[in-house]
Design a protein around this ligand. Structure first.
Ligand SMILES: [Ca+2]
Ligand SMILES: [Ca+2]
Length: 474
């Protein structure tokens, strides 16, 4: 029997690596000025900032950059909905979410567009349009790259290189503790004139207001008189541009500047500012900043299943394969959206069980195990009060043809509650799971990012020391 803790997928976090390219990065980058960056919008009064930074800004931007689609016009067919991920990962409670959970959904279940699942302040309901679950599997993260040690000069250089390579970078900070100052005018140059009097964070004073925002660019010429002496001093130039999710009235039309100096534990400005009590480095941890790669790939094999449960937080679902006579799967893929998530609610966020038909991607499983022909849905239900009813299970090809019919155990499809409640459904294929087309043609990556122009520098501490789990945030 598979246990829930064995079903969790391992996210494909990767350390950023030295990439092709080299040379000095430009002195100014602003990816929010490209056609691929979504318009600034507001998360409203719920704690969905993680999904805004990652799903709405970063995922929308990367997919539009990949496909050449225009996000900036606000066409919701090209923008991904924060509600898709937030409602799947918040546990049925509006108290923030984890970046890692959000990454996992996008790595495995993909993303629904704003048009398909419009954002609002309902944080409980899951999308019940099965076609949306299927189409979401096309738009998935390929990897999550950690920009570690951003509280050092190397980290700042890495972030600048990532931005210069065209990425944007969601990050975790404490926004209430951002000290707001104004961009000053360095009279020795005109390159900063366009920013004068805009708002800038000079440093972070404490750890209030856990929040996710997204780095979109930087400019080396911006001056903030951090030590307040009226002169341009060493360490006072340069700032990153940040997209926030509090609407266009926030700071600079929805964007914020933050000085390079704010990344350090102590100010690098000389002479040093004297009034920075309770100062902390800008990022919540040394591994609280990421950039994302995305893929456009149509699955070759879909697992389609219909469930009914009044307490979705009590169940877990995985898809699997085995040899034709095996009594249990020998290879499985757990579905992160169905890993005891969502709290004591039905799929629509209510209290009465409703049917939901969902899709999972079995392509990699089938490709990795060409000799395994029996398909499995493994359902676990640890709640005592509510049964889990599995009403249907099928495996489909890309065209929607059913490749197998199901044989259910137990026969009524109901998994009664209890810590040992679980059941398996297996399919006997109608025809071979794999067609004779070579693998490279069966599962094509339809597009990929261009080769980066600038190497992302890595020196200093052991890169393996990164934190993977950082606190929930709003
Ligand atoms: Ca100037
Ligand atoms: Ca100064």
């Amino acid at each position: 029997m598979l246990r829930a803790d064995q079903l969790m997928i391992a996210p494909t976090y990767q350390e950023a690596t030295d990439e092709p390219g080299g040379g000095d990065v430009p002195t100014r980058v602003d990816n929010s000025e490209t056609p691929w960056f979504p318009p600034i919008r507001s998360q409203g009064y719920i704690g969905s900032c993680v999904s805004w930074g990652i799903t709405y800004y970063a995922m929308s931007y990367e997919v539009c950059r990949l496909k050449g689609w225009q996000a900036s016009s606000g066409d919701n067919a090209f923008l991904f909905s924060p509600k898709w991920t937030y409602n799947q990962v918040n546990g049925g409670v509006d108290s923030g979410s984890y970046m890692s959970d959000t990454f996992n959904v996008l790595l495995q279940q993909g993303a629904a567009t704003w048009s398909q699942w419009p954002y609002d302040t309902d944080y409980l309901g899951w999308c019940l349009d099965s076609a949306t679950w299927k189409s979401a599997l096309r738009w998935r993260l390929a990897s999550v790259q950690t920009l570690s040690f951003a509280s050092t000069s190397t980290g700042i250089s890495s972030l600048k290189a990532a931005l210069a390579n065209g990425y944007v970078a969601p990050f975790a900070t404490y926004v209430t503790s951002w000290v707001k100052a104004r961009v000053a005018d360095d009279r020795s140059t005109a390159s900063d004139d366009r920013y004068v009097d805009e708002s800038i964070c000079s440093y972070m004073q404490g750890n209030y207001g856990a929040h996710i925002m997204t780095f979109v660019g930087y400019d080396d010429s911006i001056w903030c008189d951090i030590n307040g002496n009226g002169r341009v001093d060493s360490g006072e130039r340069g700032a990153f541009k940040v997209a926030n999710s509090w609407g266009a009235s926030d700071w600079n039309r929805g964007f914020r500047w933050v000085s390079y100096d704010a990344f350090y534990s102590s100010s690098q400005v000389s002479p040093a500012p004297t009034d920075q009590s309770s100062r902390l480095p800008l990022l919540q941890s040394i591994s609280a900043c990421y950039y994302l790669t995305v893929r456009d790939r149509l699955p070759t094999h879909y697992g389609r299943f219909t469930l009914n449960h009044a307490s979705r937080g009590d169940m877990s679902i995985s898809l699997g394969l085995s040899a034709g006579t095996d009594a249990a799967p020998t290879a499985t893929t757990a579905l992160s959206a169905f890993a005891k998530r969502g709290g004591p609610y039905a799929f629509d966020g209510g209290y009465q069980g409703v049917d939901g038909t969902f899709f999972g991607d079995m392509s990699d499983l089938v490709a990795a195990h060409p000799s395994l022909t029996r398909c499995w849905l493994v359902a676990s239900n640890t709640g005592y009060a509510q049964p889990l009813s599995v009403k249907d299970f099928a495996i489909e090809d890309a065209a929607g043809n059913a490749l197998a019919t199901y044989q259910v155990t137990p026969a009524d499809g109901v998994v009664n509650g209890g810590v040992t409640g679980w059941a398996r459904w297996h399919l006997q294929p109608c025809r071979p799971l794999q067609d004779p087309i070579p693998r490279r043609r069966r599962s094509p990556c339809l597009a990929s990012h261009p080769v980066p122009k600038f190497a992302i520098p890595w020196t200093g501490p052991n890169r393996r020391g990164c934190q993977r789990s950082i606190p929930r945030r709003c």
